[in-house]
Design a protein around this ligand. Structure first.
Ligand SMILES: Cc1cc2nc3c(=O)[nH]c(=O)nc-3n(C[C@H](O)[C@H](O)[C@H](O)COP(=O)(O)O)c2cc1C
Length: 251
């Protein structure tokens, strides 16, 4: 049996899944493990929406920019920051909830992300494959409609889950020194940045991306093609509106 270090060091995102079913008892087992994760004040201010029906996957697909994993994976899980349940319990008990603010959204989002990542590790330990979908926060307003999320609930991430069809190559990471700071933050000199990003820039696929997109370098592929300012500003404003509509910007 693989040790936890093997599982963590060998993992990679899986975007192609077989048709093998994911039984509900296996899903329950993974969810039970995930919900053992740390949670703020033991409040569990998150909810997880399970999508297994083809029709609803097809409704969700365009909201994830038609990434094929949404319809091809056996299961789609949407992890939500959720103060709705906790607020209702407080009100029922004549306790006055003060969770209609941005801090509470971040608190609930942290809870949701911790439970999501714990789920991913549990699934990968079973030999399953997962892919996060960052499109959730871009299209939260529409996902709210499809999943019928009430006020106090905001989707923060989605993962697709299934049995891997093939195992892709692992992709690189920055060297550990690039992301670790001892005691206090040590800001980066140009020389250090050159060293940190050297391997990434010299990869064959990076060189190919730069060429295909007619750019001067890899950084420009990120800023001008993959994560453009105009898109970021547009989706950022949409998300701020979602937070207002869902009652997290009242104070
Ligand atoms: C918050 C988050 C959002 C992501 N969104 C997407 C996505 O929308 N589509 C996708 O194919 N991969 C997505 N990924 C997966 C990353 O692309 C992937 O983790 C990264 O390229 C590193 O690859 P690895 O996980 O195989 O090591 C996302 C990952 C995270 C953590």
């Amino acid at each position: 049996m693989d040790t936890i270090s093997d599982i963590l060091l060998n993992r990679r995102t899986i975007r192609k899944y077989s048709n093998d079913p994911v039984p509900m008892d296996l899903l329950d087992e993974l969810l039970t493990m995930a919900c053992r994760a740390s949670t703020t004040g033991n409040m569990q201010v998150y909810s997880i929406i399970i999508t297994r029906e083809e029709a609803r996957k097809r409704e969700l697909a365009p909201l994830h920019f038609n990434q094929k994993m949404v319809t091809e994976a056996q299961v789609v899980l949407t992890f939500c920051a959720d103060f709705n349940r906790f607020n209702k319990w407080c009100l029922m008990r004549k306790a006055d909830p003060g969770y209609d603010n941005f801090l509470s959204f971040i608190t609930a989002s942290i809870d949701a992300l911790i439970v999501a990542q714990t789920f991913c590790i549990a699934a990968e330990a079973k030999g399953m494959g997962i892919c996060y979908l960052g499109t959730t926060t871009y299209m939260a307003h529409k996902i709210i409609d499809v999943l019928k999320l009430p006020k106090g609930v905001v989707p923060v991430t989605t993962i697709t889950l299934g049995w891997p069809l093939d195992i892709p190559e692992q992709v690189e990471r920055l060297p550990l020194e690039a992301v670790i700071h001892h005691e206090t933050y040590c800001d980066y000199s140009s020389r250090q940045l050159e060293m940190i990003y050297k391997d990434k820039e010299e990869r064959t696929d990076s060189i190919q991306f730069v060429k295909e997109n007619n750019k001067d370098n890899l950084a420009q592929v990120f800023t001008d093609v993959r994560y453009k300012k105009a898109d970021n500003v547009y989706f950022s404003n949409m998300l701020l509106q979602v937070l207002k509509d869902q009652g997290f910007m009242e104070q």
